[in-house]
Design a protein around this ligand. Structure first.
Ligand code: AMP
Ligand code: MG
Length: 354
């Protein structure tokens, strides 16, 4: 994601949900709000650049400071495991060696991702990395790959060829040259982990914003719901609507987040594993709302690939697990019934019922 866009997105969420858009890194503060007890109103906020994006965590309450610090530690720990670009990461080593005995986190993510690959009929596939490389998304040396190259990469994109022993946690690749990419799920897992850690710290109110992907814990300190702006795909400084939620992850995928242009065509980073090309599903933005951040992240990517009709069919089968906001390239907005009371927008929208 371009820096400009990251800052824009960060500010947008900031305006609506945290206390402004600080640009300095690693700020620490503790505040006492007027008219309320000191103990109840401790706030600790920290920022960090990790996983290719700006992140801000805000915890409230007695243990806010240590909770915010623990959140930053967790981000750094998971970044070091899952970052594909870093030569020391676990994923980098797995890809280089064609497998490994996985750490607990990576094993968990691999299991969730392969299960979601099955459930989404292959729309979400963590073996997408060779295709990401072919398009230059991994190096920013962008190009439209030759058909032959894509054909080879497509043969390597197949999660059913991951050989994983659930007991020993040993992973190997069924086809030589396969590579993993947790980019479509890592941030959601990270926010979920932070929320779990905060609960262990006794935190009951907090918000994690990982480059516009948000997960909230409890309610705001005044007892009201968090207000999360959903960014417009066309204009990073405006939003398509505002969602009022508590205890939920709100995770958005859109082609606008990372793309390049060649010969007048735009190529974005969400790949259809069927074709090897950026998904042209008719959707420009997909937001998933769920109490499970890991699920929300994987599904935001998967439903973008599926397109509106398939995505809504999928939602009907799993409506107890998540809700969704879909925007088409014709600027139509669809919102599933579970969040219809929580979402306000100036745009006309269609509520989808089961
Ligand atoms: P997100 O922003 O969550 O939609 O994730 C996009 C990232 O997920 C891309 O930058 C790739 O690293 C990865 N990715 C792209 N296409 C897919 C796919 N079909 N399944 C799983 N991961 C994908
Ligand atoms: Mg995702």
């Amino acid at each position: 994601m371009e820096l400009r866009k990251i800052v824009g997105l960060f500010c947008l969420i900031g305006i609506l949900s945290v206390n402004g858009c600080g640009k300095s890194m690693d700020i620490e503060r503790q505040q006492e709000n007027a008219g309320m007890s000191l103990k109840k109103h401790m706030e600790a906020q920290k920022e960090i650049f990790a996983m290719d994006t700006y992140m801000v965590v805000t915890a409230y309450g007695e243990n806010a400071q240590s909770a915010a610090e623990a959140a930053i530690d967790e981000i750094q720990r998971l970044d070091a495991l899952l970052s594909i670009g870093s030569e020391e990461s676990e994923v980098w080593n797995i890809n280089k060696n064609g497998g490994d005995v996985l750490s607990e986190d990576t094993a968990y993510l691999l299991e969730r991702a392969t299960e979601l690959c099955k459930e989404t009929d292959g729309a979400f596939d963590i073996t997408i990395y060779p295709i990401m490389e072919a398009w230059g998304f991994t190096t920013q040396d962008y190009q439209v790959p030759a058909e032959e190259t894509l054909k080879t990469c497509l043969s390597l994109t197949d999660s059913t060829q991951l050989i994983f022993d659930e007991v020993t946690k040993e992973l190997s690749f069924g086809i030589e040259g396969m590579k993993l990419d947790f980019g479509g799920i890592a941030k959601g897992y990270t926010s979920s982990r932070i929320i779990d850690i905060w609960k262990e710290h006794g935190i009951t109110s907090g918000m994690v914003n990982l480059g516009g992907n948000v997960q909230t814990l409890g309610y705001k300190m005044d007892g009201s719901e968090w207000k999360i702006g959903i960014q417009s795909p066309e204009d990073e400084s405006t939003y398509i609507g505002v969602l009022k939620i508590h205890d939920k992850a709100v995770i958005t995928s859109g082609g606008y987040e990372r793309y390049f242009e060649q010969d007048g065509a735009m190529y974005h980073h969400i790949i259809d594993p069927e074709t090897g090309y950026p998904a042209e599903s008719g959707l420009v933005s997909v937001t998933i709302v769920s109490s499970d951040g890991t699920l929300a992240d994987a599904l935001s990517t998967a439903l973008f690939v599926m397109g509106k009709d398939r995505a809504l069919e999928f939602w009907k089968l799993h409506s107890d697990e998540f809700d969704a906001i879909l925007m088409t390239k014709e600027n139509e907005l669809y919102i599933t019934e579970g969040i219809k009371e929580n979402f306000t927008s100036d745009m006309s929208l269609e509520v989808v019922n089961k």
